[in-house]
Design a binder for this molecule. Sequence first.
Ligand code: ZN
Ligand code: FE
Length: 256
Amino acid sequence: MSAHVYQFACLQDNFGVLVHDSDTGATASIDVPEAAPVLKALAEKGWTLTDILVTHRHADHVQGIPEVKQHFPKARVVAPRGEADRVPMVDIKVGEGEIVRVGKLAARVIETPGHTVGHIVYWFEDDNLLFAGDTLFSLGCGRVMEAPMAVMWDSLEKLAELPGETQVYCGHEYTLANGKFALTVDPSNDMLKQHLEKATALRAAGKFTLPSTIGLELAINPFLRADEPDLRAAVGMPNADPADVFAEIRERKNGF
Ligand code: ZN
Ligand code: FE
């Protein structure tokens, strides 16, 4: 496998992530929350930035692009077609099903409207990697700000259908806060409790809780489990439509 991933902290709780193709030397930054840590990571690895893959237009994902482009003027900015006009310095606009290449690596674009209307994620199918931005977090999901709840549920369902072994990288380290909430709606989930203990120990040791996997999130992330009988019973909606259960737990999380 020629894909190498390097994950590091940016801003308060954002992740910076570099994806490197060792065959060609191509390197992509997934979003640019902040220029300095991304430039430092590239220098540490000795990698040359060739691509910037934007998940959505929020400032904490794109504000570092202009400064990074000063150092790597040839780096190509790939952005979601649905909101590319609000992303700086875009070279290529992409949407559902299109393939984005980073050297010889290939990512399929999946549109996941909800957090923002144009949000996309990048699935490197051959390398089992998903860069989920602010759509899916470990034990959580993004705030639904620009689409009906049912649309966000459909977006999450698309990610739930990816292979279980897919490694999931996210826009933020929110796992512990998400986990506290998850326990309130899925209190009898032993895997969730065990994972939260592990995550707590990782954070106490100054380590990240990501990447996760699709398989793990299906077992412990309440926002992917709105169709599970146990969770539906726990929130008092045993016969409701999964999209409505999702909406209910997302609303509860907003007020948590
Ligand atoms: Zn965001
Ligand atoms: Fe964000």
